[in-house]
Design a protein around this ligand. Structure first.
Ligand code: MN
Length: 137
């Protein structure tokens, strides 16, 4: 992992490789460091090794699903402060509430409105205690 000065690190938890690469490309273009993981079971061990500034999380995942994962991370004082944004195709009535109730801080549906995602990311980075504003273009 390159420690680019001032860059925030975003962890993408997503099992669809095309989605991950699309997100990675667009986030790296905006100056974020990106780490990705496809298996829900691997996220907790991964977070023992590093602390991302934010997690973008698919909900339907192999291993532990996103709802359980969000609840698990929010129940752990070490990972509780990390903002979690659900990025999901679950867009039926009630799905937003279910994601927020599980512990996600916010919820964005697929196909991704990237402007909305960018605004949401910036909003949570600014509120995050370790957060510094990403450089304005
Ligand atoms: Mn999935």
């Amino acid at each position: 992992m390159t420690a680019e000065k001032m860059a925030h690190t975003i962890l993408i938890v997503e099992d669809n490789e095309l989605n991950t690469e699309m997100l990675r490309r667009r986030l790296e273009k905006r100056g974020y460091n990106v780490v990705d993981e496809r298996d829900g079971n691997q996220v907790t061990p991964l977070l023992e090794q590093f602390r991302p500034d934010m997690i973008l999380m698919d909900l339907s995942l192999p291993g532990m699903d996103g709802w359980t994962l969000a609840a698990t991370l929010k129940a752990n004082p070490q990972t509780q402060p990390i903002p979690i944004i659900a990025v999901t195709a679950h867009a039926m009535p009630g799905d937003r509430e279910r994601a927020l109730q599980a512990g996600c801080d916010d919820y964005i549906t697929k196909p991704i409105d990237f402007q909305l995602l960018t605004r949401t990311i910036e909003k949570y980075l600014n509120l995050s205690p370790a957060g510094e504003r990403p450089g304005k273009p």
